[in-house]
Ligand binder design. Structure first.
Ligand SMILES: CC(C)(COP(=O)(O)OP(=O)(O)OC[C@H]1O[C@@H](n2cnc3c(N)ncnc32)[C@H](O)[C@@H]1OP(=O)(O)O)[C@@H](O)C(=O)NCCC(=O)NCCS
Length: 297
């Protein structure tokens, strides 16, 4: 346990002296691995009666807090590696519709601002789009042709939540690296925890302690305040505002201009109507509209 505890801080210290973010990320990953080792060791110590259940729970909670604090640095540096010294994943954008074009624009703006990810083209299942050029990037073929094109990573850029969720899970199961598209004009607190395949548009603000799941869309000008939890595959339309300590379930859509007051929960795969104000919890698989929002389906 002592060795693993020392390894957490020593790896952060060693990584901080590296000349590239990739090398720093490597050490941050070891630090998180050592945190897991300590938590694993605490279960063994509990089994053997060396510590109480309460002490084990405290170690577990502290390990979770530490892991969540270290990982955003790795994510942040992966998003901001200077191209000259980093590996540069060539990113294929899955989808070429309006939403995908915004994703492409964000990736290009982020690349100009120093991100290591370079968008190289779109794949889309709409045949008339094939071999066209959008925003200077070619539509190379259908999504099923993914393996035919040299690439290092993908991002799923389809607006519909269920379709995006299915494709995201299938590409990840195939071992694809799924990158985030974070506009340089978004403002994220340093401890915000981002999943994979997240799209964050210009003007978005995400405050401290918030956890954003995989494959989430935060559209233009959203504000997501402190200590929120946004489930995988959720989507906020432009101009959505969340108070603090809000929980949004997996796959839920919050319509354009809607607001959710603090400490409310919206269940999975629900929809909140455009312009609505959520003042009470909304269950899963529900549609709620109006001010205050009422469940209509
Ligand atoms: C809430 C929503 C999902 C409901 O869609 P739907 O299931 O097709 O429902 P309908 O359009 O049939 O509307 C059902 C009822 O709710 C009302 N309604 C729909 N959306 C509403 C809204 N945002 N605010 C208030 N009432 C609304 C309709 O007027 C209708 O009322 P009625 O039965 O008295 O005629 C949809 O209206 C919506 O607001 N989607 C958000 C879209 C968005 O923000 N897109 C941005 C993409 S970037």
């Amino acid at each position: 346990m002592n060795r693993a505890v020392n390894s957490i801080s020593l790896n952060i210290a060693e990584g901080s002296a590296k000349s590239s973010n990739k090398a720093f990320d490597y050490h941050l990953e070891i630090a998180v691995g050592s945190t897991f080792e300590v938590v694993g060791g605490s279960f063994l110590a509990l089994d053997r009666g060396y510590i109480t259940q309460q002490e084990q729970q405290a170690l577990y909670d502290e390990g979770e807090r530490l892991g969540k604090s270290i990982m955003p640095f790795a994510i942040h540096s992966a998003n901001h590696q200077p191209s000259a010294i980093s590996h540069m994943p060539k990113v294929l954008i899955l989808g070429a519709g309006g939403h995908a074009q915004v994703v492409a624009d964000i990736l290009m703006r982020a690349h100009e601002a120093g991100s290591n990810c370079e968008p190289i083209g779109f794949l889309d299942d709409n045949p008339p789009l094939t071999e066209t050029v959008i925003l200077g990037l070619p539509v190379l073929g259908a999504i099923a042709q993914l393996d035919e094109f040299d690439h290092g990573a993908v991002i799923v850029a389809i607006g519909d939540n269920r379709t995006r969720a299915r494709l995201f899970e299938s590409v990840r199961a195939r071992g694809e690296e799924v990158v985030n598209a974070v506009h340089p004009a978004a403002v994220l607190a340093p401890d915000v925890c981002l999943g994979q395949g997240v799209m964050i548009c210009a003007g978005v603000v995400v405050n401290t302690g918030t956890v954003i799941g995989d494959n989430v869309i935060l559209n233009t000008g959203c504000t997501v305040d402190h200590h929120n939890h946004v489930g995988n595959h959720a989507q906020f339309a432009p101009g959505v505002h969340l108070g603090g300590d809000v929980t949004i379930g997996e796959g839920t859509v919050v319509g354009i201009g809607a607001s959710v007051i603090s400490q409310r929960t919206i269940g999975a795969w629900s929809a909140v109507g455009a312009g609505s104000v959520v003042t009470k919890d909304i269950p899963a698989h529900a549609t709620a509209v109006g001010m205050p929002a009422r469940v209509i389906q």
